[in-house]
Ligand binder design. Structure first.
Ligand SMILES: [Zn+2]
Length: 156
C-alpha cells in the first residue's frame, strides 16, 4: 500500500506521532492591541460597537460581520456575565490524562453581543448553563497583555 491512499472509513484514521515544528509571528491588529492593553492596564474588558446595527463585539473586531462597515467605537463592557454553555476536558492536546478536569465555558459578558471562550474555575458538577460568572484576572503586576491575563471565570 502506498503512502497516499484514500480513507473510506473514519476508523481507518490513525495518529502519527512525531514533531511538526511550526514557527510563526502573530502581528496583533490595532483593535486587539487596545483590548489587551486595556485588560492589562485597567483590568477592564473593552469591545467595539457597530454604530449601524448596535452590535457590541468583545473582543473587538475591525469590521461588522452583519453590516460590512468599519467598527471603530470603543466601549467598555462588564467583567461579569452569563455562562451560556460549558464542556469538561479530561485529556490534554496530546491525549494525555489531565491531573484534574478543566472546564471551558462560553461566556457572554454584560453589555456584549458576542461571547468569549475561556476556562471556568469551578467544579463542573455545580455548573449549569445560565449561571452568572465573573472574570478572575491575574494580579496587575503579573499581567502581560494577553488572553492568559484572564485566569478564568468564577461563579458569582
Ligand atoms: Zn453592524
Amino acid at each position: 500500500m502506498g503512502i497516499v491512499r484514500k480513507l473510506e472509513r473514519a476508523v481507518d484514521v490513525r495518529r502519527v506521532k512525531g514533531d511538526f515544528p511550526v514557527r510563526y509571528t502573530y502581528t496583533m491588529p490595532p483593535h486587539h492591541e487596545r483590548f489587551f492593553k486595556t485588560l492589562k492596564e485597567t483590568g477592564r474588558f473593552s469591545g467595539a460597537r457597530c454604530e449601524k446595527c448596535n452590535t457590541t463585539f468583545v473582543p473587538p473586531v475591525a469590521f461588522c460581520e452583519k453590516c460590512f462597515v468599519r467598527v471603530g467605537k470603543a466601549v467598555d463592557v462588564a467583567d461579569a456575565g452569563t455562562l451560556l454553555a460549558f464542556t469538561v476536558a479530561r485529556e490534554g492536546p496530546g491525549g494525555e490524562r489531565l491531573p484534574a478536569p478543566v472546564v471551558y465555558g462560553i461566556v457572554k459578558l454584560r453589555g456584549a453581543s458576542t461571547v468569549i471562550l475561556h476556562k471556568v474555575l469551578a467544579d463542573p458538577k455545580r455548573l449549569k448553563a445560565g449561571m452568572k460568572v465573573r472574570a478572575q484576572l491575574k494580579p496587575a503586576n503579573r499581567r502581560r497583555g494577553s488572553i492568559t491575563d484572564i485566569e478564568g471565570f468564577v461563579l458569582v
